[in-house]
Structures are given as structure tokens and as C-alpha cells.
Design a protein around this ligand. Sequence first.
Ligand SMILES: Cc1ncc(C[n+]2csc(CCOP(=O)(O)OP(=O)(O)O)c2C)c(N)n1
Ligand SMILES: [Mg+2]
Length: 549
Amino acid sequence: MTTALRALLEILDDEGVDRVFGNPGTTELPFIDALADRAAPEYVLGVQEASVVAMADGYARATHRPAFVSLHVAAGTANGLIGMLNARRSRTPMVVVAGQQDQRHMLQDPMLSGDLVALAAGAAKHAQEVHRPQDLPVVLRRAFALAQRPPQGPVFVSVPMDVLVDQAPVEVPVRSPMAPAGAASDLDRAAALLARAQRPAIVAGDGVGRDGAVSALVQVAEALGAVTYHQPMNDCLDFPGGHPLYAGPLPPVNAAIHKELTGYDALLIAGCRAFTPHHYSAGPPVPDGLPVVQLDTDPAEPGRNFPVALGLIGPLDASLASLAGHLRQQVPERAARRRTEEAASRHATERAALDLSALAAYGRAPLDPLAAAHALAAALPDNAVLVEEAITVGVQLRRVLRRDMPGGFVHTVGGGLGWGIGAAVGHRLGAPDRPVVAVLGDGCAMFGLQGLWTAARMRVPVLFVVMANGEYRTLKDTLDTLDGLDGRSAALHRYTGLDLGELDWRDAARFFGIPALRVGTTDELGAAVSAVAELDGPLLVEVPLRGHP
Ligand SMILES: Cc1ncc(C[n+]2csc(CCOP(=O)(O)OP(=O)(O)O)c2C)c(N)n1
Ligand SMILES: [Mg+2]
């Protein structure tokens, strides 16, 4: 028997929580004060809750454990929502606890109180308020379990002040260990469907990278000789960028996916929300008559948006490894090798042409976006983690990156901006043996700027590269494609609300106590990136970038 507050601390220890990401108010004071007496968990302060939850997201991804977040009542929850929305889509496991006002005066509607569960429900996988101290340990245990079960995501718990400080005895249920799930069933049937194909393709989804199944998917791709794409806007490294079968990411538009997939005669989709488009286009993403085998850990996925020939439910790693074994027996090795060689030579030609055009654009600031992406990609150490929130430069980066080491690319399919700085800080805290380069659009960096405070105070060695075009370039580009919508020609668009103007990012960094430099050439950018492993604290690099024409 213990008290609610001590039960909370005991469960954090037991669930492996060694850091709490938070921003406190009165309702969290008993909790943070209790932390002060203990070696762990360490309290990591963020000065805006969007940054706090982004840090937790990066930390969970780096540690492969659920992260723990502590927010303050309605206001803190509201600021943290964007992080939860992103985490939900990226399937990042986290437990988010918010303090709630004392229930004894809730009827009076105390300041900052509110319906926290209603607020969080639209973003979290599950949201619940605890009303009795005895229920807190059970609800917390459930929250950690639920956050980790497919589909992983953020679970929200509101804890009123009177519950937290109650001295009534409570019991802490022990943790329930889970046996690992076995490989999907019917993999021989799946192999038979795929083995019949002359032109098979694969979509590598983020479940592959998240669940450590990259090498198993490589075995499948090689056994089949199948061209392999990343899912649209992939937020993990799900297939090695240097592999001869790698064909780059699918575009996030149904019509464009349809066009890309036309001509294949079997498709394996692994660990992917198929597909989450961005801009609307008419029609389905998958061509009529293309048989699809879809594997996911989440039973809701296969067949969700379009029919599949066979849906498979199971862990990615074990299922793909077993599928590769079946394929090796069913696909003639010669056929797989021939397809791999054809793809290799086609991809090598395309990559060489792309390298040439990027190199031709190398030069002085303001840098060409493709050249900047190329120079950065070429300079990244093999084991570095690239945290990408760079929008138009991100698109170029995805074309030129040749990342091979699993975990080397981190993004959020959530699309809620302001995540990158915090995610990079959290990632580095969680995996201190891998250098981290955060590539940020200047617009994105503005949304999450407060994350620099934590990087500075904790001296977290992250290289923040700000792609400074002074604008929301992607929105200007998109507006150009809307020509004719209101009878106005593209030439007459005025781009209202899409300019940031000239900003000196070195001043922004210095305000937080972070050293900064502005690069003048592609070579200087490459030099800064290649030295990332030597950092002993944060550094910000401003890259003046050519903008919208
Ligand atoms: C929180 C949030 N607000 C607004 C948007 C809409 N939005 C998408 S991209 C973008 C601009 C990004 O600008 P920047 O980071 O400078 O990248 P660039 O387009 O210049 O490459 C905006 C505002 C969003 N996705 N998330
Ligand atoms: Mg910009």
C-alpha cells in the first residue's frame, strides 16, 4: 500500500521512464517536488508545451519506449495537442498526464480548469480522467499498456489535484508482461500471390522502420526482386536509400500514386497507412486489378481504403522474415536477380543524372534548394540521425538522401509544424551515441523556436540547420498550381500571408545562448554538417536559400 503520488512515481520507475518532459503549474508542484528527492526520472523542462511533447516524441522514437509527459490543466493540454496529433499519426507511444484542478471546487469552474478529456480526445488514442486516488495506479498501468499496443500512440490521463495529494492508501498493480506476438498466418499464401508476379513492387511503410524490420524487408525485396518505394511522406527510414531496388518515396497524392503504381502486377504494402494523401485528387491510389498484399500490426489497416487480395496481421519483423523464406522457395532466383539488376541499372542512371544536376547548382548563397539538400546529404555521417522538418527542402532531401542505417531519418507524418526542434533535442537525449542534424524550414523553426531553450540549458549537441528562404515557399508553390480557381492567373497571385521577411537566425540562436553561423556556400554547409559528431553543445547554422521565383 502506498499513496497516489508515490504510486505514480513507482509506476514510472517500473515502466522504465527515466525522463519526464514537462512544463509545470500549481497542479504539478507536488509531483515535481517529489522528483527533486530522487535520482530518476529526470525532469526535462520545456518552455512551451508544443516543444515539450515534440521532445517526448523524439525521445520515444530514439529509446523505443513510451515517453512520459507532464502538462498543466486546460492551457498546457491545449498547447500540447499538436504534439499529440503528430504522435498519433506517427504512432509514437507516449503517456501524457495533465494536472486538473481540485475536484472539490470544480463546480465553481476554477481558473484554467476545463474538460481536459474532451480537449485531448481528438488527439489522443484514449483519454480519461481519474476521480479517485485508488484508480490512479490502474489507469496509469492501462495507459502505458495501451500506448504500446498497435496502433501505438499517445494516451492521455487527467489527474485532479485532490487525487494526486490524497493520503488514502492505494494499491499498485504489478506490470503485466506480454508474450511477443507470433508471425502473421497465411504467409505461404501471400508468397504465392506475390511469386506469380512478373513486375512486383513493395511499399515500405513506417511500421517497418519503427519496429526494426528494415533488414527483414530487404530480404523480402531481394527474394522477390521487387522495386521498393517509401510510403508517402515517410517518417522513418524503412528501406535503405542506397539499395539498388530503392525507388524513392511515393508522392502524397492519390492520382500520382496511381500513375507510379501502374504497370506493376503485384504489390506488397508493409506497415503503412495506405495511403494518407495530402492534396485532393480524384480516383483511387491503387490501379484496378493490381493485387495487393497488406501487412500491418494494426488489424484496422488492411483493406481500409481500398480492397486487398490478402490482409495479414502480425509483427513486421517476424512476419517479413518468414515471408522472405517462403518467397525464396517460390520465386526462381534467376528471375529475382534479373529484376534486381534491371532496377539497379535504371536507378543508378537516374541517381547519376540527379547528382549531376544538383552538383551543377552548387555555389554561393542564397543557395539553390536542391544543391543545399544534396550538399547536406553528402556530408551527413553514416550514423547520424537526420530530423527533417524542412518542407520544400525536405522534398529535395528525399530525392537525394542515401541513408542506409536504420533510424537515420526521422520526420512526422502528422504535418503539424513546430515539431522538428523539440524532436531533435528529444532524440539526441534518448540516443546520445548518434549525432543529430535537424533540417528545418524557417517557417517550421519559428513554430517550435522555444525548443532551443532546452537544447541550450541542457547543452544537447544538435546541429540545427535552418533553411532560410524568408517565406512559406510551399504555400506559394501550391498557390501557383491553383491558377484559374477564381479566374485569377498565377501571375496575379499576391501571396498574402506567406512571407516571413528577412530574419537573422544567428540573433535568434544567441538569444537562447546557442552559437550560430551563416553559411555562404554549399561547401561551407557541407563542412558544418560533416563536423556534427564533434559538437559538445547545440549549434545553429543559417542557410540563406533561394526562394519562390
Ligand atoms: C501548425 C501548422 N500551422 C500551419 C501549417 C500549414 N503549413 C504547411 S507548410 C507551411 C509553411 C512552411 O514553411 P517553411 O518551414 O519555411 O518551409 P518552406 O515552404 O519555405 O520550404 C505552413 C504554414 C501547418 N502544417 N502546421
Ligand atoms: Mg521557408
